[in-house]
Design a protein around this ligand. Sequence first.
Ligand code: NAP
Length: 294
Amino acid sequence: MPTIIDGKKTSAEIKEEIKARVLEIKAEGGKTPHLAAILVGNDGASQTYVGAKVKACEYVGFESTLVRLEETISEEELLKTVEEINENPDIDGLIVQLPLPKHISVEKVTNKIKPEKDVDGFTPSNVGRMALNWPAYVAATPYGIVELLKRYEIETSGKHCVVIGRSHIVGSPMSILMARNGYPGNATVTLTHSRTQNLPEIARSADILIVALGKAEFVTADMVKPGAVVIDVGIHRVPDSSKKSGFKLLGDVKFDEVEPIASAITPVPGGVGPMTIASLLYNTLLSAEKKVYG
Ligand code: NAP
């Protein structure tokens, strides 16, 4: 039977560890970690995500500040708000919920966030530090995958890792992390994308297959080597009248087919997804304890 890599359980464990550390910090008279989130506009999904982040902060004992701004705010005003939070010594971490309205440059806003407070790990400084294998805030999804591999003691050294998808937020950082000299890492990595030829053949040669291309049930059993570790990052909501909610969630991997031949696999839902908030909390704690930039 393959190991089901349980992101929900692991994420809950990480939250408990962070909560315990916050209690210690408070008992030692230290400063309570503080995360600030900027939410622009009234997008329903963004409100839900930010709400969940604020709730998670409360759960582990962090302070949180939610700055809500009108959809019509100018880029200049938003940049000013970022700058104010950058300079506020009480705040350890800052996230700007994406997407932003079209008239605002995500690049400019990301670049304005002080790298020391960039707990989403999106600034060039943190991406560069990660690539250099320096202490860095690693972005949520790659952090989640790394943490799952660690906690499930998946051997990565000398293995062939195939990553499907080269996005800035998932595939590319994963390829860097799996190739770096450390654990998890020391894998021989093949990074694939939409122009890759013979993808099924390449995927079949993977000891560790990380799938993040955004196509529901793309990876089928014939693309997976028996005994491979399969990490499914994809999330798709598809209509399903048999469900009370009217939909079900699918990954980029055809789970029913692939699960029997894998040695370990992340389910969807309940695999990589639940790890993202744990990552944000972890990075905020690192910032409060000055563990990345000193
Ligand atoms: P993205 O930015 O759309 O990038 C998709 C990547 O897949 C691109 O590099 C693209 O290649 C490649 N690709 C597309 N079709 C392909 C094909 N037929 N064969 C090989 N490669 C192909 O996606 P993303 O943001 O990384 O997200 C991927 C999936 O993960 C989505 O389902 C998303 O919802 C999910 N996701 C989940 C989480 C989580 O927390 N669980 C977090 C982030 C994303 P090109 O570069 O050549 O276009």
